[in-house]
Design a protein around this ligand. Structure first.
Ligand code: HEM
Length: 301
């Protein structure tokens, strides 16, 4: 993804260079501003409606305007909350698939590359710069479906994260840990950060308390019996449930990829990113606003 945006930046620099007499520094900064705007637009216009559903994106004012909209407030704090970075937004880990492949120009997969075979294998990616595989990876990403957002992780992330076979060259050193478990890292990171338990976050988001594991009015009503049972067998008390585990296993709200607690944390965070950003691309600010022409060009090219 980084290479795609880097190339996009260079393409915009070339276009601006042909149309203006700006210095290299101005070309660089202006292209950077446009790429940031495009990234924001794709995130709010295409990604979030799929994750949070049309109703939540509308209610939290996350849908882009047709041209300009003033949503900035100096009183909104745009900083990332721990609940978001350490748990809720890591829901993306459950969307990752075990195969990360390439597709050739003629549409056929070139390779059967497993996710675990990418870690520390720079040679696979270095080929990119000698005319090889970036396009292949991009074609694959464009056509491949993601995994479901649920409580499960693929083997490449759960049992084989950063697996290193060639012991003497492994970053952890010979004979030490050979692979990580991303689900365990996420749970442990939540504890490192001292995150309140899942039930506290759920109460903060929905106003509903859970006293028991059973998925009824007094318990984990946002979980199925199946998920609630797994949690019961894992934790001693409902208030011990980690935010990452409890949030990821909630039943998805209709039209979204997430249950109520993660939906709430994501919607609030993305609302703060937008309303607390003095440079958000939609702002009609007289000094820094994009011209209608640039907005139109960026979003249709
Ligand atoms: C192959 C795909 C991915 C791999 C191998 C991966 C791996 C990792 C690792 C190793 C960490 C640090 C864990 C820790 O020590 O706490 C991390 C953090 C994180 N990941 Fe992923 N990840 C992947 C995809 C994603 C996706 C698709 C999303 C979201 C849509 C995501 C969201 C996050 C977030 C929010 C953090 C925390 C960042 C921070 O607080 O600094 N990741 N990931």
């Amino acid at each position: 993804m980084h290479i795609i945006f880097l190339r996009r930046h260079n393409l915009i620099v070339k276009k601006l260079e042909n149309e203006t007499s700006w210095s290299p520094e101005v070309l660089y900064q202006e292209a950077k501003r446009i790429v940031i705007a495009e990234l924001q637009h794709v995130t709010y216009n295409e990604f979030l409606p799929r994750v949070l559903g049309p109703w939540i994106t509308f209610t939290f004012g996350l849908r882009p305007a047709f041209l300009y909209r003033e949503s900035y407030s100096p009183f909104v704090d745009p900083r990332t909350t721990s609940g978001f970075s350490v748990a809720a937004y890591r829901f993306g880990h459950s969307l990752v698939r075990n195969i990360h492949d390439q597709i050739g120009p003629n549409g056929s997969p070139n390779d059967n590359l497993l996710l675990k075979d990418h870690f520390d294998k720079l040679e696979t990616h270095l080929k990119d710069f000698t005319g090889g595989n970036t396009e292949g990876f991009a074609r694959w990403m464009k056509s491949d479906h993601k995994s479901r957002s649920d409580g499960t992780f693929v083997d490449g992330l759960q049992n084989n994260l950063f697996r290193c076979e060639d012991e003497p060259n492994c970053p952890m050193g010979a004979g030490v840990t050979k692979a990580f478990d991303l689900a365990a890292l996420n749970i442990q990171r939540g504890r490192d950060h001292g995150l309140p338990s899942y039930t506290q976050w759920r109460y903060w988001c929905t106003g509903r308390r859970a006293f028991i594991f059973t998925p009824n009015y007094f318990g984990l009503s946002d979980h199925t019996y199946f998920e609630a049972n797994i949690l019961r067998n894992t934790y001693r008390h409902v208030d011990d449930i980690d935010l990452f585990t409890g949030g990821l296993t909630e039943t998805r709200l209709p039209g979204t990829l997430l249950g109520p607690t993660f939906t709430c944390i994501l919607a609030l965070q993305f609302s703060n990113y937008k309303r607390g950003d003095r440079f958000f691309y939609e702002r009609p600010d007289p000094i820094m606003a994009f011209t209608p022409g640039t907005l139109n060009w960026s979003f249709t090219t």
